[in-house]
Design a protein around this ligand. Structure first.
Ligand SMILES: Cc1cc2nc3c(=O)[nH]c(=O)nc-3n(C[C@H](O)[C@H](O)[C@H](O)COP(=O)(O)O)c2cc1C
Length: 200
């Protein structure tokens, strides 16, 4: 019975393509594992704060010296990291906003990268991810087409997420595209095609 974490970063609720695709991925996972438990982290409902001095101070102060202010500032980060360590499978809904991930997803990422907890540098200065054994599905949603064709180099969503996830040790990453939601003749069937293309 796997534990699945569904990370939502679209504010569009039931209209959201990335949420629908993420849910379809989870439905497929549950066909093989009906008892799988799903936790939803909706980053648009109580978003993570942007990095402020207080967060960085808390990150770089040893935990045994944490003041009440440090403890309050590091709460989001500790919660997000605990959810990731607890999950076996993480489904990340990733709408493309201006060629990149949405700022709520970026804020979540900024709270996850913690030296000594999710990554470390070896004596040689090589980064080493400290999160092992997770599988990630990226449920990407875009107005244009980026999985192939002339605009692949304008996709700063999936290469970025893969690079970050590898940095923290997660290399088993599958991208499921839903794309073309701004293109007449494509948008009408884009979600259906994406759902049909889900392979686990
Ligand atoms: C603020 C904003 C910026 C967007 N920027 C892009 C973009 O750069 N490229 C693109 O192909 N689509 C872009 N889109 C379209 C979305 O990626 C598309 O509507 C997608 O379905 C959004 O995901 P969602 O349905 O889960 O909310 C943008 C949409 C919004 C609202």
């Amino acid at each position: 019975m796997a534990k699945i974490l569904h990370v939502i970063s679209s504010p569009r609720g039931e209209a959201s393509n990335s949420i629908k695709l993420g849910n379809a991925i989870i439905d497929k996972l549950k066909e093989n594992d009906p008892g799988a438990a799903v936790t939803v982290r909706d980053l648009t409902n109580g978003p993570f704060p942007h990095m402020e001095e207080a967060h960085l101070n808390a990150f770089f102060t040893p935990v045994e010296q944490h003041t009440e202010e440090n403890k309050a500032a590091i709460r989001h980060s500790n919660e997000a990291i605990a959810e990731i360590f607890d999950a076996d499978i993480i489904v990340i809904g990733a709408p493309m906003y201006n060629f990149a991930i949405s700022s709520v997803l970026k804020a979540w990422i900024d709270h996850i990268a913690r030296a000594g907890i999710t990554f470390r540098y070896t004596a040689e200065g090589t980064p080493e991810g400290l999160i092992n054994g997770k599988k990630v599905y990226i449920a990407a949603a875009t107005g244009g087409i980026y999985s192939s064709g002339d605009f692949t180099s304008a996709d700063f969503v999936t290469p970025y997420l893969k690079t970050f996830l590898a940095f923290i040790g997660i290399t088993d990453v599958k991208v499921i595209w839903s794309e073309g939601f701004a293109i007449p003749g494509v948008k009408e069937t884009a979600l259906e095609k994406a759902i049909d293309n889900i392979t686990l």
